[in-house]
Ligand binder design. Structure first.
Ligand code: NI
Length: 184
């Protein structure tokens, strides 16, 4: 396993549509374990393949101790709506209130290639929607109103110099040094 570099806002990888995984191979399983390791090291609760510069339709999450590795996830059902604060490992230190469906049901393949269904509400529902958006080149800041997006991007303009080449090096020693709860 290895910790991968996280791509931050401005890297074109984050805006690319991912490719459907045709078969769940050892390469995909290796990607999944690297993504889990990277997500935990960065203290996030979700990570999608484009965030580590990959094009496979794969995401990992750990919400309240429940781990999910989802391949080709698709939202089958969504209900209700709820606003809540969101952040992203690819846009460090920027947060915003985003409206999401409050309950979603997602169909995907697991690491063994079996079809699974994941249903969730609250934080799990939010995380599922956020990660699936990543797989289609969409970021949470896209949902902000014009004014709030302008403010978020102005903040990011000042922060982004810390990430040359749009790369966020995840350094284990930094663990706990900054507050990144809620970065998905
Ligand atoms: Ni994210």
């Amino acid at each position: 396993m290895s910790i991968l570099d996280i791509r931050v806002l401005g890297d074109p990888a984050l805006r690319k549509e991912t490719a459907i995984v045709e078969s769940v191979t050892d390469d995909i399983r290796a990607l999944i374990s690297d993504m889990f390791e990277t997500m935990y090291a960065a203290e996030g609760i979700g990570l999608a393949a484009p965030q580590v510069g990959r094009t496979e339709r794969v995401t990992v999450m750990d919400v309240g101790g429940a781990k999910y590795a989802l391949i080709n996830p698709e939202i089958m059902l969504s209900q209700g709506s709820i606003r809540g604060e969101e952040g992203c490992l690819s846009i460090p230190e920027v947060f915003g209130d985003i409206e999401r469906a409050s309950i979603v049901t997602v169909r995907a393949l697991d690491e063994t290639g079996q079809e699974i269904e994941v249903g969730g509400s609250e934080l799990l529902a939010r995380c599922l929607q956020h990660e699936i958006d990543h797989l289609h080149g969409k970021l949470f800041v896209d949902y902000l109103s014009v004014l709030k997006r302008r403010a978020a991007l102005a903040k990011w303009e000042k922060i982004k110099a810390d990430y040359p080449g749009y790369v966020r090096k995840v350094i284990l020693e930094k663990r706990g040094a900054h507050h990144s709860e809620g970065e998905l």
